[in-house]
Write a protein that binds this ligand. Structure first.
Ligand SMILES: Nc1ncnc2c1ncn2[C@@H]1O[C@H](COP(=O)(O)OP(=O)(O)OP(=O)(O)O)[C@@H](O)[C@H]1O
Length: 260
């Protein structure tokens, strides 16, 4: 489970001054659920996920991940989390299998366990055909699959994906969406960031619309549709974000405040 309360991250930038990248954000994700952070470039998605994965320290607020506090117990959080960053790099000279063995050992797994995990992940992510080829010759989709498998080699309870299908073709993206659904079925707690509306519709049990570091609206896709009297997620997104930018206020802010 993930419980985020009033999470805030302020960066101090020489040129831009104080940037509230994440501003008083609260949400929870239960095991067996997928929470989607939906936002445009610069909304604060990556910063939120990096704090959950203990790669950045919050300026304020708390985040409890699988029972551990990201600030006070970062090692325990890391042991229970798999974080697939948009910028995950791979060693070009290793094969996919060597990469996974390497990260499995780094996570303290025994070789037999690593072998079993590779077999399972490779099947689920459709990697069998290129498992023993060098990573530097891989397509973007193949690399992304290796990145995901590498991130989840220790079978963590909490899985965090930062825009996992960005730049992928339809087939590779489908495999990854299918894979994330499978994680939910196995009871994992999944947080996922994207700006692709159709993926949110297909995948997320709950969607949080973020903009300017703030969580402006939250709910399942059917709830958001009913609240706005609108079927199209893109239209709902534009209304929520537009409301925050000064056009006639959307009801979401008030509804969220009312719910707290
Ligand atoms: N290390 C940093 N120093 C200063 N500002 C930062 C830093 N990291 C992020 N920011 C700023 O914080 C804000 C939120 O960035 P973030 O990367 O979290 O957004 P995002 O929603 O993930 O966007 P994208 O889809 O482009 O990845 C942006 O204004 C960004 O420029």
């Amino acid at each position: 489970m993930i419980a985020v309360q009033n999470l805030t991250k302020v960066f101090r930038d020489k040129k831009r001054g104080e940037i509230r990248a994440v501003d008083d954000v609260s949400f929870t994700v239960e095991p067996g659920r997928i929470y989607g952070l939906l936002g445009a470039n610069g909304a604060g998605k990556t910063t939120t996920l990096r704090m959950l994965a203990t790669l950045l320290k919050p300026t304020g607020g708390t985040a409890i991940v699988n029972g551990f506090d990201v600030t006070r117990e970062p090692e325990k959080v890391r042991a229970n989390v798999g974080f697939m960053a948009a910028s995950t790099a791979l060693y070009g000279r290793l094969t996919a299998r060597e990469t996974l063995v390497y990260f499995g050992r780094l996570n303290g797994l025994a070789d037999a366990e690593i072998g079993a995990r590779i077999g399972r992940l490779s099947g689920e992510l459709d990697m069998d055909e290129f498992l023993d080829r060098r990573v530097d010759k891989f397509s973007t989709g193949m690399k992304q699959k290796v990145s995901i498998a590498r991130t989840l080699i220790h079978d963590p309870a909490v899985m965090i994906f930062d825009e996992p299908t960005i730049g992928l073709d339809v087939m590779a993206a489908r495999t990854i969406v299918q894979f994330i659904r499978g994680c939910r079925e196995r009871g994992k707690t999944v947080v996922y960031s994207t700006h692709v509306m159709s993926e949110v519709e297909k995948l997320c049990d709950c969607v949080g619309i973020v903009h300017g570091g703030k969580l402006l609206a939250e709910g399942s896709v059917p709830e958001l549709r009913a609240r706005h009297g609108e079927q199209d997620m893109e239209e709902i997104f534009v209304r929520v974000v537009g409301g925050a930018d000064g056009s006639p206020a959307s009801g979401d802010l008030r509804l969220k405040e009312g719910a707290q």
